[in-house]
Design a protein around this ligand. Structure first.
Ligand SMILES: *[C@@H]1O[C@H](CO)[C@@H](O)[C@H](O)[C@H]1NC(C)=O
Length: 154
């Protein structure tokens, strides 16, 4: 009786150990998760899952956009030989948006236009009239132009 009871006890202990292993095992396998992904310049990533096969996306910072031909996607993959999970290397390039450069260009253009308007107002005479006068001036005597100015006053 005694040896049989001992055997039963061993069986129970073994079953308990197996149960304990089964309870502990899943977190161990789940332990093969990916680390924090590498940082990409001018981009951020919010990882929802670090598990194997998880696909995550980088998002370019404001004022930047994804360069054509580059991918913002990475995936957590398991290296079968080493049993180590790692993210696929991102080839994402975040470049300055066109809107930013366009707005800068427009600002410069508007400033130049304002400057040009201000300068043309200061001269007060449209260039076409000035050319006409210069053509006329050598033909007429210097006094006539002065007379014109005098009559203008009265
Ligand atoms: C797994 O890792 C080893 C050692 O780092 C490496 O040599 C091998 O190329 C990797 N395999 C794959 C499929 O990435």
């Amino acid at each position: 009786m005694a040896p049989r009871r001992l055997r039963d006890g061993r069986v129970h202990a073994l079953l308990a150990l197996l149960l304990l292993l089964l309870l502990l095992w899943p977190p161990v396998t789940r332990g093969t998760t990916c680390p924090t992904p590498t940082s990409v310049e001018h981009a951020d990533i919010r990882v929802k899952s670090y598990n194997v096969n998880s696909r995550e996306r980088y998002v370019c910072n404001s004022g930047f956009k994804r360069k054509a031909g580059t991918s913002s996607l990475i995936q957590c993959v398991l290296n079968e030989t080493t049993n180590i999970a790692h993210w696929t290397t991102p080839n994402l390039k975040c470049i300055l948006t066109i809107s930013t450069s366009v707005s800068t260009f427009c600002t410069v253009l508007v400033m130049l236009l304002l400057l040009w308007c201000f300068r043309s107002r200061q001269t007060s005479q449209p260039p076409a009239v000035e050319v006409e006068r210069m053509e006329v001036m050598p033909m007429t005597p210097g006094t006539s132009s002065r007379e014109e100015e005098d009559t203008g006053i009265y």
